[in-house]
Design a protein. Sequence first.
Length: 126
Amino acid sequence: MDESQILKETLKSIDDYIDDQKLLIKKGEALQRLKNNPDFQLVIMDGYFDAEAEMLFSLLTNPTSGKPIDRELILNQLDGIKHFKGYVGTKDHPGTLEQAASMAPDNIHRESLERMKITADHAEEE
């Protein structure tokens, strides 16, 4: 692979990364709108993250129906809630999406500077 092709691939990689970071910012903004939406708060934040998790935990700790419970299924459901809650976050704690979105502008700035440096270095070599 010649130097010109390496340069093109490097710049494309940076551009793709910047595009990914811009998308991450859009997702973070969309998440903020969702978290401020009363329907999302009712159904997901209060209903799924809290009430559903409490009900499942209660089934594990105090089975009242007299029927055998599928512990593995309930644990998997609780695990799913935990992971989704970790991704979305709560009212008081940002999730992984929000954290990544908050770092994206700095990442874009850093990669844009790197792209300019690579481009300038290459122009000087010619």
